[in-house]
Design a protein around this ligand. Structure first.
Ligand SMILES: Cc1ncc(COP(=O)(O)O)c(C=O)c1O
Length: 373
């Protein structure tokens, strides 16, 4: 039997191993202000790659989101508009500030939130909007930025899945007021666990640097609430190598995604992912929709693919507003977000990460066509 083709698989080579060894031998494992030499170098390189003024490295993507919300001064009485069709971390970061998450429905084709679905949800209490680049496809950000700024709200982009994606010629991380990335093991580039916040705003950057280390303005002098969200030197050393490799990882993902689309687009049962005009996907996940299906039918297909050695997966079967925590804490209800709930019943993702070979793509596509018949 064929080895399981995993949905994502980190690409770690001898360069990362050597970089970690160097840190261990140096004896500088971390820095009390979160600004060790390798962290600073990763931040500089990341800013250059993204085309943004500042980057702040943190311990993970959830920390990046929480720190960005704190830097935006989101308070317990505020509201934050965001999609429910996302990994729960996006919404949990809002709950951690004490603010109320207000869920906007997604666009049926991109699975991202859109300005027209946000408009009616804005209120005097709306402090921020979080746009999630789901599966690695950048959100249509310009109309959201315009609406938010007219309304005095901050736009935070959750780009945990969209490293290196492009929107109207700009790289994700250079457009929103603040952008949050994750370097979790499955992501397009990884540091094991890790994250980054990027911004062009000098005030946000000094707030973020303080929040990363307990709100210290200087050592042992605390002027605002923060946490230990520091990135270690080991994480940063891995990140520097991974960032250099990111363009080649993204090229392989793109090659696989294009091949997959060629081989699946004739299937009448499936809606394949498309890049809107002027947008470049990062292809973190290649997600198809099974037309007219319910969750049971979709889940059987995923199981049949698994039995063929293909680790297809569902992101996200239970949207955040239907999670028990959110039903209980903010009283969110089923049927509130029709496109979100429909997508949650019908989508599944296929492996296209850099370790997936062209032969694997053909094998996956053949089996998908067979099981969706
Ligand atoms: C959309 C989204 N937001 C936030 C996160 C949180 O990142 P992390 O797992 O690094 O905390 C993730 C990743 O896991 C994610 O996919």
């Amino acid at each position: 039997m064929k080895d399981m083709i995993r949905i994502n698989d980190p690409c770690i080579g001898k360069e990362e191993i050597e970089a970690v060894e160097e840190v261990l031998k140096s004896g500088i494992l971390t820095d009390k202000s979160g600004m060790g030499p390798r962290v600073l170098e990763l931040e500089r390189n990341y800013s250059k790659y993204v085309g943004v003024k500042h980057s702040v490295a943190v311990s993970n993507g959830t920390a990046a989101l929480h720190a960005a919300l704190l830097a935006a001064d989101v308070q317990p009485d505020d509201e934050v508009v965001l999609p429910s069709f996302t990994f729960v971390a996006t919404a949990n970061a809002v709950l951690l500030t004490g603010a109320k998450p207000i869920f906007a429905d997604i666009d049926k084709d991109t699975y991202c939130i859109k300005a027209e679905n946000i408009e009616g949800l804005l209120s005097r209490k709306t402090k921020a909007i979080i746009a999630v680049d789901i599966y690695g496809l950048p959100t249509d950000l310009d109309p959201i930025l315009e609406m938010a700024h007219e309304h005095d709200s901050v736009v935070i982009e959750d780009a945990a899945q969209s490293h290196g994606a492009m929107y109207k010629g700009r790289t994700t991380g250079s457009m929103a007021d603040m952008t949050c990335f994750s370097f979790y093991g499955a992501k397009n580039m990884t540091t094991g666990e890790g994250g980054m916040v990027t911004t062009n705003d000098d005030d946000y950057i000094s707030a973020l640097r303080m929040i990363r280390t307990h709100g210290e303005e200087r050592p042992y002098w605390v002027t605002r609430l923060g946490c230990n969200y520091r990135m270690t030197e080991i994480q940063a050393a891995i990140g520097k190598v991974q960032l250099e490799k990111l363009p080649s990882f993204l090229e392989k993902r793109r090659r696989n995604a294009e091949m997959m689309t060629q081989q699946l687009s004739t299937s009448g049962r499936l809606v394949v992912p498309r890049e809107p005009e002027g947008v470049k996907h990062s292809w973190y996940l290649y997600t198809v929709r099974l037309r007219g299906a319910n969750a049971g039918k979709r889940n059987k297909i995923v199981e049949r693919l698994e039995s063929k050695g293909i680790a297809a997966a569902v992101y996200y079967e239970t949207p955040v507003h239907m999670q028990p925590l959110y039903r209980d804490s903010i009283g969110s209800k089923k049927k509130a977000l029709p496109e979100t709930e429909k997508a949650a019943r019908q989508v599944f993702s296929l492996p296209i990460h850099p370790k997936v070979s062209p032969e694997d793509v053909t094998y996956i596509a053949e089996n998908v066509r067979k099981v969706t018949g």
